[in-house]
Design a protein around this ligand. Structure first.
Ligand code: HEC
Ligand code: HEC
Length: 214
């Protein structure tokens, strides 16, 4: 009887030990994950996705990305001012439609009054997309005039990129407005490489660490 109850004690004790250990482990896990979240998101999340952190390959990939970002099909919607740009020479949009709070224009000059959900045929007709607008006033996402270094830093800064984390940023390569640059409507040039090549460079830049050129 005595032996049995001692044995029972031991069993109870070791069960307690397991519970205590388990609790410690889960606290460690929780603290750890909290710590991760508070880390610099660009380093942390790209590390999770990383093929490898490689500053040289990352910067090289961004050189390609930058050529596309600065091409007229992209830059015309990412102007330094509040009026969109037109043409391969990035001149101010005729009739000067303004950004407005939500990027969709103001009063009678709403983008969607002229920009339909698909391209119209003919030269100098407005390109179409169901979501055609500029970035909003409180998050202007300016490309025009930015150096490669400035733009690389801006793109991964969640305070400037529309609160996108690394995964959302990667996904943005397939966004409808981004893809529309390769279907620009009659008479307009496309960006300097295919969408596939752009996407490859974009993902590589991010996954290898999202480094900014010097
Ligand atoms: C019709 C206008 C329009 C065109 C054309 C356009 N964009 Fe944008 N872009 C936007 C709007 C609006 C947003 C903000 C909405 C969002 O974040 O989803 C945005 C956001 C972005 C962002 C995320 C914000 C940031 O700065 O990190 C990137 C990257 C981007 N665009 C890249 C491009 C590229 C590359 C092209 C050309 C291949 C392009 N855009 C063409 C309107 C446009
Ligand atoms: C009154 C009609 C009208 C309104 C309103 C309008 N647009 Fe346009 N937009 C046009 C026309 C027409 C073109 C084509 C001009 C050409 O090709 O010569 C054009 C072209 C553009 C281009 C150039 C596309 C490229 O790839 O070069 C951008 C960018 C653009 N519009 C953005 C906007 C945005 C953003 C708004 C709202 C803030 C807007 N537009 C409001 C008529 C309009």
């Amino acid at each position: 009887m005595k032996w049995r109850s001692e044995n029972k004690m031991q069993i109870v004790l070791s069960a307690k030990t397991i519970i205590v250990l388990g609790t410690i482990l889960s606290i460690v896990a929780i603290v750890n994950s909290g710590f991760k979240i508070s880390h610099d998101i660009s380093i942390n999340e790209s590390a999770n996705n990383a093929v490898s952190m490689d500053s040289i390959a990352s910067v090289k990939a961004f050189e390609k990305v930058y050529k596309v970002l600065m091409s007229p099909r992209c830059m015309n919607c990412h102007p330094a001012g509040d009026i969109p740009l037109q043409g391969d020479d990035n001149h101010l949009h005729s009739m000067f439609p303004k950004r407005g709070e939500d990027g969709k224009g103001i009063y009678a000059m709403k983008c969607q009054n002229c920009h339909q959900s698909a391209n119209l045929s003919g030269l100098h007709t407005p390109p179409g997309n169901p979501n055609w607008h500029l970035p909003p006033a409180e998050m202007r996402m300016v490309f025009q005039g930015r150096t490669a270094r400035q733009l690389a830093k801006q793109l991964v800064d969640q305070k400037q990129n529309g609160h996108k984390n690394m995964k959302q940023l990667i996904d943005h390569a397939s966004d409808g407005l981004v893809r529309s640059a390769w279907n620009p409507g009659e008479g307009r040039t496309t960006p300097p490489m295919s969408h596939d090549d752009f996407k490859k460079a974009w993902v590589e830049w991010i996954q290898k660490g999202a480094y900014a050129p010097k």
